[in-house]
Ligand binder design. Structure first.
Ligand SMILES: C[S@@+](CC[C@H](N)C(=O)[O-])C[C@H]1O[C@@H](n2cnc3c(N)ncnc32)[C@H](O)[C@@H]1O
Length: 316
C-alpha cells in the first residue's frame, strides 16, 4: 500500500554491507529494549535486509555506524524509523473468523441483554492494541455499527494503536487496495465501504460513519508508562505476542487484562495464548478469554478455576 520510497543519490552509490555477529547482537539488544521484540539468530539476514535500505539512504557504510546513529543524541526519531522497518505488519479484514462469529453471536447479544436489563450502559469501548494498517479495528467497528447503532442510543469507541508510525499513518487514511474486498462480507462492504472512482479507481475507503468510530494513537505495548487506560469491554492483542519473549509477553498481557472492564474479553491470535499471566482469566473458546469475575456475582465456571490453579505452578 505504501508508495515505494524514492531512491536517494546514495542508493546507487553504496551497497548494503553485511552485518557481523557483534553488530547483530547490538541490534538484538536495542530492539528488545525498545519494543520487547526478541529476534532469534535466524533473523540475522532478515534484519540486514530490512535495514539495508535505510543504511543506503543515509549513506552509512556499516551496521555499526547505523547503531551509533541510533544511540546518538538525535537517535530517537531514527529508532522509531528503524522499528517501523523491522515490524511485521501482515493483517486482514475479519481475520480469525471464529472470533468475529463470537463477537456477533455471543458478545454483542450479551451486551444488548445487559443494557436492556439496566446492568450496563449503552457504551462499548474496544482497544485494538497492535492494529497494523487498520483492517482489525475497522472490522470490529463494522460489527459494532451493524448491531449496536448509535441511532439506538449506543456510544461506540474503537481505539487503534500500534508501535509503527508508518502503519498507523496508513490506518488513519483508511484506504486499501480493491483486492481487500474479498476479505469483507458483502453486508459490511455495502454498508460501510466506499469504492474509489476515477483517480481513486482500484481502492476502497472506509465511509465517514465507520471512520467516526475509530481513533488512532501511537503506543508501544512494551512501554512501561502504558499511556492507554481502560476500562475496555474488548481488547484485541492478536499476532503480536508471538514476537515477544515470555517476560515481555506476560508484562504486556497483565497490563492489557488490567484495562478490561469486569467481564471484559481478550482476543489473541491463533498461535498465541495467555500462559503465564498472573491475572484471573477464563478460556471461553480457544483464543478468547474473559476476566475471571462473571457478571451478577455468579461463581466461576469449572474451566476457569482449573486454568487458574494449573497456571500457578507454570511460571510462564
Ligand atoms: C502481524 S501484525 C498483526 C496485526 C493485527 N493485530 C492482526 O492480527 O491482523 C503485528 C503488529 O504488531 C505491531 N507491534 C509489534 N511490536 C509492537 C509493540 N511493542 N507495541 C505495539 N505494537 C507492536 C507491529 O507494528 C504490527 O503492526
Amino acid at each position: 500500500m505504501e508508495p515505494a520510497a524514492p531512491a536517494t543519490s546514495h542508493t546507487a552509490a553504496v551497497a548494503t554491507p553485511s552485518i557481523t555477529d557483534r553488530e547483530f547482537a547490538l541490534f538484538q539488544a536495542l530492539i528488545y529494549r525498545e519494543s520487547g521484540i526478541r529476534l532469534s539468530e535466524a533473523k540475522k539476514i532478515l534484519l540486514a535486509r530490512r535495514l539495508g535500505g535505510r543504511l543506503r539512504e543515509l549513506g552509512l557504510g556499516s551496521f555499526g555506524a547505523y547503531y551509533r546513529r541510533l544511540k546518538g543524541r538525535e537517535g530517537r526519531q531514527e529508532r522509531t524509523r528503524m522499528l517501523d522497518r523491522i515490524t511485521t505488519n501482515e493483517t486482514h479484514f475479519f481475520r480469525e473468523p471464529r472470533q468475529f462469529e463470537f463477537l456477533e453471536h455471543r458478545l454483542v447479544p450479551e451486551w444488548k441483554r445487559a443494557a436492556a436489563s439496566g446492568e450496563r450502559a449503552r457504551r462499548i469501548r474496544v482497544w485494538s492494541s497492535a492494529c497494523s494498517t487498520g483492517e482489525e479495528p475497522f472490522s470490529v467497528a463494522m460489527v459494532l455499527l451493524r448491531y449496536l447503532p448509535p441511532g439506538s442510543g449506543w456510544s461506540l469507541e474503537v481505539l487503534a494503536t500500534d508501535l509503527s508510525t508508518r502503519v498507523l499513518e496508513s490506518a488513519r487514511r483508511a484506504i486499501w487496495p480493491i483486492e481487500k474486498v474479498r476479505e469483507i462480507p458483502e453486508v459490511y462492504l455495502r454498508s460501510f465501504m466506499l469504492r474509489g472512482k476515477r483517480s481513486q479507481l482500484g481502492w476502497i475507503k472506509a465511509g465517514p460513519r465507520l471512520r467516526s468510530v475509530v481513533s488512532f494513537r501511537h503506543q508501544n505495548l512494551h512501554d512501561p508508562l502504558h499511556a492507554v487506560a481502560g476500562p475496555f469491554d474488548l481488547v484485541l492483542c492478536r499476532n503480536v505476542l508471538i514476537y515477544f519473549d515470555s517476560r515481555s509477553k506476560i508484562a504486556v498481557l497483565d497490563h492489557l487484562i488490567d484495562q478490561l472492564a469486569p467481564a471484559g474479553h481478550l482476543f489473541v491470535g491463533h498461535a498465541e495464548n495467555v500462559a503465564g499471566t498472573t491475572r484471573e482469566l477464563c478460556t471461553v473458546i480457544p483464543t478468547v478469554y474473559r476476566v475471571g469475575q462473571l457478571q451478577g456475582g455468579r461463581t466461576l465456571p469449572e474451566s476457569c478455576e482449573h486454568r487458574r490453579s494449573a497456571q500457578k505452578g507454570s511460571g510462564g
